[in-house]
Design a protein around this ligand. Structure first.
Ligand code: GDP
Ligand code: CO
Length: 408
């Protein structure tokens, strides 16, 4: 029988467990597209194959949220071109409205592309005054700043994207940065998300992309480095958190700062999101806090089914905009700060993080008494948002909410 296979990847080599949370070791893609073959010669027990229909069915239930803040329009266009048409695309922008209205340029780019692309795309501005008013009215104030607008920050944009995905009844939501130079890599991320959800044995799943290489230009040549400095330090500290709790050293976590990650809706709607760039590592910390069985929580029913974290390595290298050293320091500080602030962080790790912070040149954290939770406030889980009221408010009041491809 002729069969078509889309993605082929290995099963996790090992899994670390903390209470009801399972963290699978990094998995590799063996074939991005195995083509049309007449059956398989061998059936490897260590390899999972997905055919086109399986992947496609999952993508139909998936929204891809693309956060954007002042990125080159060419890059945004490339990212959109890499997302398969089954997915609903949700762009959440926090680009300046003046003196040059960058958001209007993004909206216009999307409107033009709509003539050539067959995608359903929604775009909204994070600081649309109607969003702020709506959240205030329904009491979802943890996402607002003191002036009543949605706060600046990547996490804040992601949560708006998550709410829109929920409004369109999606079962899965994936996040893909808009500053990616390689549309083929974006296409791979989406397939990786689908493959992760396809492997999951629980409705509560987090799929995180691990980049095979993050190339940098050094002395006029490309260096295919494996890890950025920030990722390396964040991962080391997340692994120390896990080891401090279980008593067993581990290197299982490789995706602490991955901007490309996806959540099943039942998991996404009960997570807290940590402000700004601390959002990605906090996802892992929050899963440990809620499902690790260390502190009492309200999530026992979910605990029975378990929560799975998949980490899947790409074949495409990750090329994105270089935002400079100060941005990286900021990101590192946010990542370490929220680990130290966690109730489940052992005291010696907290002290070690304090010492590491002192090494970050422009960190605010060299002072001992920084309140990290205050600096990176938590956004409440979206399950507390009344969806009918949210949907009605956004559709009727938000002037920056544009929809394409027949989306209602
Ligand atoms: P890095 O790749 O992790 O170093 O971080 P980036 O600065 O590239 O940011 C990741 C993504 O989030 C990019 O697509 C940014 O355009 C986007 N982004 C950054 N800040 C904000 C924000 O405040 N709101 C929204 N909606 N997107 C943001
Ligand atoms: Co980037």
């Amino acid at each position: 029988m002729a069969s078509t296979v889309d993605v082929k990847l290995d099963f996790p080599r090992y899994t670390e467990r903390l209470g009801a949370a399972s963290i699978h070791a990094v998995q590799r893609i063996y074939e991005l597209d195995s083509g049309k073959s007449k059956g398989f010669l061998s059936s490897h027990q260590t390899i999972k194959k997905f055919d086109y229909d399986e992947i496609s069915n999952i993508l139909h239930e998936m929204a891809i949220v693309v956060p954007v803040k002042e990125e080159k329009l060419k890059l945004l266009e490339g990212v959109l071109s890499g997302i398969p048409n089954e997915c609903l695309v949700i762009i959440v922008s926090n680009s300046p409205r003046g003196p040059v209205d960058r958001f209007a340029m993004e909206a216009e780019t999307v409107r033009q592309l709509d003539r050539f692309m067959d995608k359903r795309i929604a775009i909204i501005h994070q600081r649309d005054p109607a969003l702020g008013e709506l959240f205030k009215k329904i009491g979802y104030t943890s996402i607002l700043d003191s002036s009543g607008s949605v706060r600046n920050g990547k996490a804040e944009g992601m949560v708006i994207g998550l709410l829109l995905a929920k409004m369109y009844d999606k079962d899965y939501v994936g996040f893909i940065d808009s500053d990616n130079y390689v549309p083929g890599a974006v296409n791979e991320y989406v397939k990786i998300f689908a493959a992760g959800f396809g492997m999951a044995s629980t409705p509560y799943t987090n799929v995180r992309v691990s980049w095979v290489f993050k190339p940098k230009v050094r002395n006029n040549s490309l260096q295919f480095s494996k890890w950025g400095r920030v990722s390396e330090i964040t991962n080391r500290n997340l692994n120390a958190l896990l080891a401090g709790i279980t008593g067993f050293e581990t290197e299982v976590i490789k995706t602490g700062n991955s901007g490309e990650h996806a959540l099943s809706m039942p998991l996404a709607e009960c997570l807290h999101f940590s402000s700004g760039y601390s959002v990605e590592p906090y996802e892992i910390v929050d899963i440990f806090e809620k499902f690790g069985g260390l502190i009492p929580t309200n999530f026992t029913r979910m605990g029975e089914k378990g929560v799975e974290i998949f980490q899947i390595e790409t074949r495409n290298p990750h090329f994105h905009e270089d935002k400079g050293k100060s941005h990286l320091n900021h990101m590192l500080e946010a990542s370490l700060g929220i680990i130290a602030a966690s109730k489940i962080c052992p005291d010696d790790l907290r002290e070690s993080i304090q010492a590491q912070m002192a090494q970050i040149s422009d960190s605010a954290g060299s002072g001992k008494n920084t309140d990290w939770r205050k600096r990176y406030p938590l956004i409440e889980p979206v399950c507390s948002v009344p969806m009918a009221e949210f949907a009605k408010g956004v559709r009727e009041k938000a002037e920056t909410f544009f929809r394409h491809g027949g989306l209602k």
